[in-house]
Design a protein around this ligand. Sequence first.
Ligand code: HEC
Length: 135
Amino acid sequence: MMRTAMCKSFRAAKALTLCLALEGLLAGTPALAAGDAAAGKVLFSQKCSICHAPVEGQNKIGPSLWQVVGRKAGTLPTYTYSEAMKNANRVWDDATLDDYLIAPRQKIPGVKMIFAGLPNEPDRQNVIAYLSSLK
Ligand code: HEC
């Protein structure tokens, strides 16, 4: 009579082989993010955190940037914006943040964000990747 335990271990070995093959396939999937959120977090703490908190409901000199990606500019109800930001009429996404952060006060004249900007494109991409993670 055949020992069931033997069958079981044979089946387990086959399943393991399949598992490893699948793992190999999945390992080939490329990563999608453009910027590096970890590097962006460091930049944020150096350049933005004097005026902005990355957490919900905490406004400083500037509004909280929690969930800023997808927000219409100038619409956080708990923060008092300049007229310029209230009328900026744009939704913050990769493209609009990239444009604004080059030189905020030139891109939207009259905003009260006193910050020269991030002229370096990889810096902007990294900060935007970090902002996208705040949700
Ligand atoms: C010296 C203070 C200061 C610094 C530094 C600063 N900001 Fe701001 N930021 C502000 C203020 C004030 C506003 C509101 C502007 C207005 O109402 O005109 C603002 C607004 C914004 C907005 C629009 C938010 C909204 O709700 O529409 C974004 C996005 C933003 N800042 C991103 C950044 C990022 C990213 C950095 C760092 C690279 C940064 N800021 C650095 C003060 C600052």
